[in-house]
Design a protein around this ligand. Sequence first.
Ligand code: MG
Ligand code: MG
Length: 271
Amino acid sequence: MIIPKTPEEIELIRESALIVSRTLGMLAAEIKPGVNCLYLDGLAETFIRDHGAEPGFLGMYGFPNTLNMSPNAQVVHGIPTKDPLKDGDIISVDCGALKNGFYGDHAYTFEVGEVAPDTKKLLRVTKESLYIGIREFRTGNRVGDVGFAIQKYCENHGYGVVRELVGHGLGKKLHESPEMPNYGKRGRGKKFVEGMVVAIEPMINMGTRRIRQLRDGWTILTADGQPSAHFEHNVAIVNGKPELLSTFQYIYEALGIESDEEEEFRQIAAN
Ligand code: MG
Ligand code: MG
């Protein structure tokens, strides 16, 4: 059952989402060769608690940490380890926060040091597909419209779109209805309504879309060992149109990157 949110509830989800945004921004300044993920996980837990929230993933379905940290060929749900990050790695960081009874949940794939050009392109295209998908999240459209847009864009670049893991509704629960696949058919699936809040999160592989899971019961990897990227935003439908509740701007500020992608998105979404 889809649970549309009131304007007040959307503001509470925004508050939780922005705690995640700030956490990712804090991490952006710390991610470099030689640093290990378990250390970063500890920083994130402290940061989230210092902002009056609880880590959203810690203990969820038994997950042992605050962050999902998935380097290189890991797609999602990686468990932070003491292995140091290396120059040329990518690291997908997925983070949740719970405050006032509502969840925020989003993700960014970071570059560690100097990353190969084809890997940089995977990150760029995956992030572009996120915004292209979010544009379709508006009243009158359906779940399949978002998935279709993401799938088409990524497959046109020759990438594999993971099928087994999907985005989701977001609110008092981390995973609410509907499921938001990153593939689909135009005009199919549940209809979007005013006040809906979802997490849209393309998981895109450089090679095959096929995945496998480690024996730890969590870590998802690409079947061919090639890199995978993951970007996620939280989005509400306000006045029929998609509104970003999360932001990557704290990341860009930390990295000294000038990005107008969110402003550009807002202008496109306003039409
Ligand atoms: Mg997430
Ligand atoms: Mg999610």
